[in-house]
Ligand binder design. Structure first.
Ligand code: 45D
Length: 158
């Protein structure tokens, strides 16, 4: 499939069709490409604290568990952690992904297997995202993580 940078909706649909591991790998590669252009602007103190608290809990897990947790987030698995994550705003979710990616760089979070290659569909999606303006990239990422995580139990609004 080909994408145009003027069609973010198509990119989003394509992201949602990827399996969870391909989504994780794609997010990782987007992170490595965006790198320094991501400058955490406070999404609100409560958001930062919650993202940081979730990050700390994930950091304390084994690598296998860390991977599972991230798969759970993207597959809307109904776990306690995934419900907490699911109650976050899009920006706070992105902040957590950003922290996880940073953790991967310092190997406190399970790193990518060496020489990992994206499959064809994920690869063309990465190229499409690379071709987007920064603001569009953020919009794409926000929309990508927006439906992730489990439905919070009623009353949990953070
Ligand atoms: O063994 O503060 C595989 C704003 C294969 C606003 C794997 C913002 C098998 C406010 C599954 C691949 C929204 C603008 C292993 C900030 C295998 C604000 C594992 C912006 C190990 C900060 C793969 C934020 C794994 C932005 C674990 C733009 C992959 C944030 C994990 C962007 C991948 C964040 C991860 C991005 C990717 C984060 C954690 C792009 C994270 C990407």
């Amino acid at each position: 499939m080909t994408f145009t940078k003027d069609n973010p909706e198509q990119a989003l649909q394509s992201f949602r069709k990827l399996n969870v591991d391909d989504q994780l790998a794609l997010l990782w590669f987007i992170y490595t490409k965006m790198g320094d252009s991501i400058t955490p602007a406070a999404p609100g103190r409560a958001g930062i604290d919650i993202a940081e608290a979730l990050f700390d809990r994930i950091k304390g897990m084994s690598h296998d568990e860390q991977l599972q947790v991230q798969r759970d987030f993207l597959s809307n698995a109904d776990t306690e952690l995934s419900r907490e994550y699911g109650s976050l705003s899009d920006n706070t979710k992105l902040l957590l992904w950003y922290r996880l990616a940073q953790g991967m760089e310092s190997a406190t979070i399970v790193p990518m297997p060496p020489n990992y290659e994206l499959n064809g569909e994920a690869k063309s999606l990465l190229a499409a995202v690379e071709g987007m303006e920064f603001e569009q990239q953020i919009t794409f990422l926000r929309s990508s993580v927006e439906p992730t995580g489990a439905e919070p139990r009623s009353g949990a609004e953070i």
